[in-house]
Design a protein around this ligand. Structure first.
Ligand SMILES: Cc1cc2nc3c(=O)[nH]c(=O)nc-3n(C[C@H](O)[C@H](O)[C@H](O)COP(=O)(O)OP(=O)(O)OC[C@H]3O[C@@H](n4cnc5c(N)ncnc54)[C@H](O)[C@@H]3O)c2cc1C
Length: 381
């Protein structure tokens, strides 16, 4: 189907992620007569999610209403989820059974964590995504802390989100004057793989001061009554190598994967990474399907799962959707070589890393707060 033969069928923005938010905001620069957003609820900004968990921000401060933004910008909004695409008929299938004829689709569905199954007598199992799960965890812990309980907390994953979550759990406990055990478990030989060594040493000193125990070179292999079992990566559990860690709550901050619907679209995917897209952010098998952010897997580059890449892809995506509609040449997206990542460690401290450069402390925290509030303010009414 050529774009011109489907002028009544809208451009469908699926998921109000960072890139599609930009498309909504820039609706006036899209030539399609109709643009429709399909999203199940609010946009939760992960940059402030750690601060929400630690009690620094109210959950409402971290949430945008994409439907309200859509309304203001002349984008139609549908509440719901995509469950499939009919590639022959150019239709989107929704979770309530509806089918919607579309001219083009922009997928920006983010990523999710699917933790290993919980044990019926085991610890409560949580995941860092979607973000509302961290809000639920905060509420649960606040109830426990208010009752004077000190649940044992274990975070699995020594990347940026695992480190943030462990530090923010300490910040939340400190607000209640309690001192629960907090452990951070990582399969890698060191925290924050790829980060400058000085930054990792600085971080370790902070973790020691905050009484956060770190166990490296151990992968969580399952939940057991009262805790978890971990072994060195790739080794099946045996008498010599398996370790048990007691825990009441286990928070999984590893294994971000694209939402399962991506595998059900009938389009090429890269296992564990997402919908295959060319450097023009277009499916190589269906020129009317575009994708950006965590759910898109570029053929030429493997990008870390960071919201900032969706933000940088957004103008290219907007340009390419318009060019595709008008039958003009698309332009490639060139990922930046180094992305700035700032970890909010709670207690007014942050660690900023960009390539080999890093900065830790209060100034980095103010910097992050400035960038985060500016991002959200740009989309608020
Ligand atoms: C604790 C934590 C802290 C983080 N901090 C940072 C940070 O400081 N900086 C940074 O750059 N990255 C950070 N990240 C990474 C960041 O969360 C992701 O990279 C980012 O959210 C991906 O953005 P996105 O635009 O791809 O999608 P998202 O922003 O996740 O949005 C996806 C949208 O799609 C919707 N959706 C999902 N499935 C469907 C469906 N079937 N149909 C319709 N809609 C659907 C969702 O409801 C959601 O609105 C952090 C992650 C975690 C877990």
């Amino acid at each position: 189907m050529s774009p011109s033969s489907s002028t009544e069928a809208p451009l469908l923005l699926v998921g109000a992620g960072h890139a599609n938010l930009h498309l909504i905001d820039q609706r006036h620069r899209l030539p399609m007569p109709r643009v429709v957003l399909l999203d199940p609820g609010g946009f939760w900004y992960s940059g402030m999610a750690g601060g929400v968990l630690g009690g620094q921000y109210a959950p409402a401060a971290d949430r945008l209403d994409p439907m309200a933004l859509a309304h203001r910008r002349g984008v139609e909004a549908l509440r719901g989820r995509l469950t499939g695409l009919d590639l022959e008929r150019h239709e989107a299938q929704l979770d309530d059974g509806r089918r919607l004829a579309v001219s083009a689709v922009s997928l920006n569905l983010g990523s999710t964590v699917i933790p290993p199954p919980a044990h019926p007598e085991g610890p409560s199992v949580w995941a860092v995504k979607p973000i509302p799960r961290l809000v639920a965890l905060r509420r649960r812990l606040e109830r426990d802390f208010a009752a004077g309980k000190r649940p044992r907390l274990l975070v699995a994953g020594g990347g940026a989100s695992g480190v943030e979550v462990a530090c923010q759990l300490r910040a939340l406990a400190d607000r209640h004057g309690l001192d629960p055990t907090i452990r951070l478990l990582t399969r890698a030989p060191e925290l924050l793989p790829g980060a400058p060594r000085g930054a990792v040493r600085w971080l370790h000193r902070r973790l020691v001061r905050r009484r956060i125990e770190v166990a490296t070179g151990l992968a969580l292999v399952g939940h057991l009554p009262g805790g978890v079992m971990a072994t060195p990566p790739g080794q099946p559990p045996g008498e010599d190598n398996a370790r048990f860690f007691a825990a009441d709550h286990v928070i999984h901050a590893v294994g971000l994967t694209p939402p399962p619907v991506i595998e059900r679209l009938g389009l090429p995917t890269i296992a564990g990474r997402g919908l295959t897209v060319t450097d023009c952010l277009q499916s190589p098998a269906a020129s009317w399907v575009f994708a950006a952010g965590d759910c898109a897997a570029l053929l030429e580059h493997e990008l870390p799962r960071l919201g900032v890449y969706g933000v940088r892809q957004a103008p290219v995506l907007r340009n390419n959707l318009a060019a595709w509609w008008q039958g003009e040449a698309l332009r490639p997206y060139r990922p930046q070589r180094r992305a700035l990542s700032i970890l909010d460690l709670g207690h007014g401290q942050a660690l900023a890393i960009r390539g080999g450069a890093w900065w830790g402390g209060r100034l980095a925290w103010h910097w992050k707060r400035h960038l985060d509030t500016r991002f959200l303010a740009g989309y608020r009414g």
